[in-house]
Design a protein around this ligand. Structure first.
Ligand SMILES: [Zn+2]
Length: 559
């Protein structure tokens, strides 16, 4: 029997969505306010047809793990599908008794969010729909993006992501391999998942005291493209909160994104050619010129943000030569005398949290009022052209500078057709080099904006979108910074948990277990780009429904 069918069967649960036990408190600093837990298979052993409190068996280590979350000040809720109610398999009273038994064994939960419907009811709360996550967050006095959900099947992680919450999958033998591959984070058991939650909160400085007195000029560094700069935003804002002046060193490909970041006083645009792939030969004159420019900043310290596969050490040497007295960076390699703060981060941490954790290690935490989300300066966005029309459209951005991370053209074309038939207005965007691509894709029934949008223009267009359909490329992070939901056609060449859209409602599509997984390939190593070209366009329509993006106009199909 497949697990997601089992899920519907006769169990017990209390149908009392308003039954919070403790009043919700104020939000606390740090990554999360609350942890949401699936019930069957996650908190307690999955016993099909169980309406009997005597058969409630917690998973090993559950009580102690939950108590550690409670001790950390996190609020706890259960989010559970119990369609056995709709089918009459058990009564609300049975459900209540089973939940009393769960609390007797595992301690109190601040809220129980229960979907009592059957799949055929088409409700908005049954996972993988995000309704229970929204309900639980509301009941706990917080938002989904400040929640992390722990569950054992894909419906759990999908519901969490579609609401904008983080998710950790704890597979059981019944969990499908595809669900494990697609999960942003995987833990071996419930105590391990709890360790992950608490470790991420510690890493990002959530429990740190307020930063020391403001420091002087801090040079922050993030090379690479727009997306890389955008995901570093929370780390840079943390530095800005504790520095008098922040100077950002970025590369030419990241400049437009750097202009949109908050907390940056000045920008130095200079390539770090040794980081590029393929990297050109080292030019001694260019290195000397860069060192002189860095010295002219008169920085009191530098914080070098890098991606997980880059070394900060070559630049750290230049910063030393430029006289920067204190340098912080993440480095697994021995840094010798090049770093004053050598920070290390476990694998799998989302890039924005990696940046925040380095800032925290250097002594900078985000102020309490600043959510650890991506943000951009919306006051710097230009007016959109008239052809864009009223907000609520869907933006499809098929291209990417890295071919593996783009949406295959044939799929993009079919998506435009299917969304158009359902009544969606689709705008197709792309850079100047992608005009031909966007023209061909838009010909299927969309509006072609190819070549008409620089990054700030693109941000202005995305800001009015109901959702963005995009591969793993910069605009996905732009959407996250604008709180615009993302349908992510994510090639698994890099880990989704690190590079997926951060803290924004997202539905991931594509084959997460494809052979290109974790290869970091820039051109697809498998003929036909099957990880994405296998996606059915109708799945994009379903994803939009999960994200709560209705077709805004009444077409032949939409009602
Ligand atoms: Zn429901």
């Amino acid at each position: 029997m497949r697990r997601d069918q089992e899920r519907d069967q006769c169990r017990s649960a209390r149908v009392d969505p308003g039954a919070g036990r403790r009043p919700s408190g104020p939000r606390q600093p740090g990554l999360y306010d609350a942890v949401l837990l699936d019930r069957d298979g996650t908190l307690v052993e999955d016993v099909p047809y169980n309406g009997d409190p005597e058969k409630v068996r917690p998973v090993p280590g559950a009580r102690e793990a939950l108590d550690r979350l409670r001790a950390a000040g996190l609020r706890l809720a259960v989010v559970t599908n119990q369609s056995g109610l709709a089918r009459g398999c058990f009564t609300a009273r049975d459900l209540s008794l089973v939940h009393d038994r769960v609390e007797e064994l595992l301690g109190p939960f601040d809220h129980w969010a229960v979907c009592p419907h059957a799949e055929a009811d088409g409700c908005a709360c049954r996972k993988p729909a995000p309704g229970l996550v929204h309900e639980a967050a509301r009941a706990l006095g917080t938002t989904p993006s400040r929640c992390v959900l722990i569950g054992d099947i894909g419906a759990d992680t999908t519901a969490a992501a579609a609401a904008g919450a983080a998710a950790i999958l704890v597979p059981t033998p019944a969990t499908r391999a595809a669900e494990v591959a697609a999960a942003p984070t995987v833990a071996v058991d419930l105590p391990d998942a709890v360790n992950t939650v608490l470790a991420r909160m510690r890493l990002t400085g959530g429990s740190q005291p307020a930063p020391r007195a403001r420091r002087g000029t801090v040079l922050v560094v993030r090379s690479d493209a727009a997306g890389d700069v955008l995901v570093t935003g929370p780390g840079i804002r943390a530095v800005a909160a504790g520095a008098r002046r922040v100077v950002l060193l970025c590369g030419p490909r990241g400049r437009a994104a750097a202009d949109l970041l908050l907390g940056v006083d000045d920008i130095i645009e200079a390539p770090l050619p040794w980081i590029d792939a393929p990297a050109p030969p080292v030019d001694p004159d260019a290195v000397r010129a860069l060192t002189d420019r860095l010295a002219a900043v008169h920085a009191d310290e530098a914080v070098v943000f890098t991606s997980f596969h880059q070394s900060p050490l070559p630049l750290a040497l230049l910063l030393r030569l430029a006289g920067v007295p204190r340098i912080s960076a993440i480095s697994d390699d021995y840094p010798g005398s090049l770093l004053d703060v050598r920070h290390r981060v476990p694998a799998g941490v989302p890039e924005p949290e990696r940046a925040l954790s380095l800032a925290a290690a250097a002594g900078y935490a985000l102020p309490e009022h600043d959510e650890p989300t991506l943000r951009i300066r919306t006051d710097r966005l230009p007016r959109v052209p008239d052809v864009v029309g009223e907000p609520g459209y869907v933006v499809l951005h098929p291209g990417s500078s890295v071919p593996t991370r783009a949406c295959p053209e044939d799929l993009a074309t079919r998506v435009v057709r299917v969304l158009g038939a359902a009544g969606h207005r689709v705008l197709v965007t792309g850079g100047p080099a992608e005009r031909d691509l966007t023209a061909r894709v838009a010909a299927a029934g969309g509006v072609d904006l190819g070549g008409r949008t620089g990054l700030a223009d693109l941000a202005a267009v995305v800001a009015g979108a109901g959702a963005l359909v995009v591969g793993n490329t910069g605009p996905a992070h732009l959407a996250a910074a604008l709180r615009v939901p993302v349908v992510s056609l994510f090639a698994p060449t890099v880990p989704f948990g690190q590079w997926g859209p951060y803290r924004v409602p997202t539905v991931r599509l594509g084959d997460a277990a494809a052979p290109c997984r974790d290869t970091r390939a820039t051109t697809c190593p498998v003929p036909g780009h099957p990880c994405l070209s296998s996606v059915e366009p109708g799945r994009v329509l379903e994803a939009l429904r999960l994200l709560g993006v209705p077709a805004p106009v009444t077409g032949g199909v939409a009602g």
